[in-house]
Write a protein that binds this ligand. Structure first.
Ligand code: OSB
Ligand code: MG
Length: 369
């Protein structure tokens, strides 16, 4: 491929409801879409970063700067020899910045696969046509509001509920949801690093509620702490923020720091590394599931393809469009019998709706090539 043009489309899209986690509240999804035009096809990807560096150290302004000044120039230096895998290799010397790498690699992979008429699912090795959908439920202002939200999601058919927790919003909401909706509901929690090892006894009280897993209870750099915690708590520990590469996954598994992994392509630099994490986990008998960053259809399409790989044996946060947006940027992903269909078209398999894009676009810019 030869890159002919790169554009960034900054968008702000209202969420159907505010989404509160232990690190902050989002009212809308603010991000940029990256479009790459090549001599063979065009590709699109969505940056997973948020305006502030609260989930991880990456943030939108930083992603744009590192793309402009470091990543795009390194990709362009490949000239006509450019492919998504070669770009990934060319970006390797740049430390960190996985979300910035992810958006560039994914747009190029989209263009490359479209040029070959191959879908992300075919390329990655998907083995399912639909994937079971879970839903991530934010921290609410009150317990009755939480029960109403969970009831609504269960009525829609979501097959797994994930409750966001933090100190002061953990045992009671989990107990209430378990008691209200019964033992058959697949239930898990996500703390987004809100606890410390000193909370181990407290977190062990979650063992009473038969949770699938506790996601990222401790800080991202505390693998030792998670391994200690796993000896005190019976509920399986799942890592999200801590896992940035296949090597991290191998280390965390070897240390006993986790027995489940949330794979988010954006957090690990793209789909190529995400697939390697899947492979490492699968070889170790460690279940994985596909996480999300409130992506629009542009980001969710390829996530669904990844979630269709054989090792993705737990329902992911790959919810339908309506869980996030009144009007998605693509044709909406629908929940059917608790499942969402994996796109089958070339590349990411979804197309932007130009009128919707125009409506939510805040500004556009070009990265010189
Ligand atoms: O920790 O999984 C997380 C959203 C934004 C940032 C971090 C997380 C989340 C979610 C929602 O839990 C996942 C989704 O439905 O996209
Ligand atoms: Mg998480």
């Amino acid at each position: 491929l030869t890159i002919e043009r790169i554009d960034l489309h900054h968008v702000r899209i209202p969420l159907v409801a505010p989404f509160r986690t232990s690190f902050g509240t989002s009212y809308d999804r603010e991000t940029f879409l990256l479009r790459v035009v090549t001599d063979a096809a065009e590709g699109w990807a969505e940056c997973a970063a948020e305006p502030d560096p609260l989930y991880s150290e990456e943030w939108l302004g930083g992603c744009e700067a590192v793309l402009r000044e470091q990543l795009v120039p390194r990709a362009l230096a490949l000239g006509k020899r450019l492919t998504a895998t070669r770009v990934a290799t060319a970006l390797e010397p740049v430390k960190g910045n996985p979300m910035a790498k992810h958006v560039l690699e994914t747009a190029l992979l989209d263009a490359e696969l479209r040029a070959h008429g191959l879908s992300f699912g075919q390329y990655l090795g998907a083995v399912r046509e639909t994937v079971p959908a879970g839903v991530s439920v934010g921290i609410m202002d009150s317990l009755p509001e939480l029960v109403d939200a969970v009831r609504d999601y269960l009525d829609q058919g979501y097959v797994r509920i994930k409750l966001k927790i933090e100190p002061g919003w953990d045992l009671e909401p989990v107990r209430l949801v378990r008691e209200t909706f019964g033992d058959d509901v697949l239930l898990q929690v996500d703390a987004n690093t809100a606890y410390t090892l000193a909370d181990a006894r407290h977190l062990a009280r979650l063992d009473d509620f038969d949770l699938l897993l506790i996601e990222q209870p401790l800080p991202e750099d505390d693998l030792r702490g998670h391994a200690e915690l796993a000896r005190v708590v019976r509920t399986p520990i799942c890592l999200d923020e801590s896992i940035r590469s296949a090597r991290d996954a191998a280390t965390a598994i070897a240390l006993g720091a986790c027995s489940v992994i949330n794979v988010k392509p954006a957090r690990v630099g793209g789909y190529l590394e995400a697939r390697r994490i899947h492979d490492v986990a699968h070889a170790n008998g460690v279940p994985v599931w596909c996480g999300g960053m409130l992506e629009t259809g542009i980001g969710r399409g390829p996530n669904l393809a990844l979630a269709a790989l054989p090792g993705f044996v737990l329902p992911g946060d790959t919810s339908a469009s309506s869980r996030y947006y009144r009007q998605d940027l693509t044709a909406p992903f629908e929940l059917v019998d608790g499942h969402v269909a994996v796109p089958t078209g070339p590349g990411i398999g979804v197309d932007l709706l130009p009128d919707v894009l125009a409506e939510v676009t805040v500004s556009s810019s070009t990265i010189p090539v």
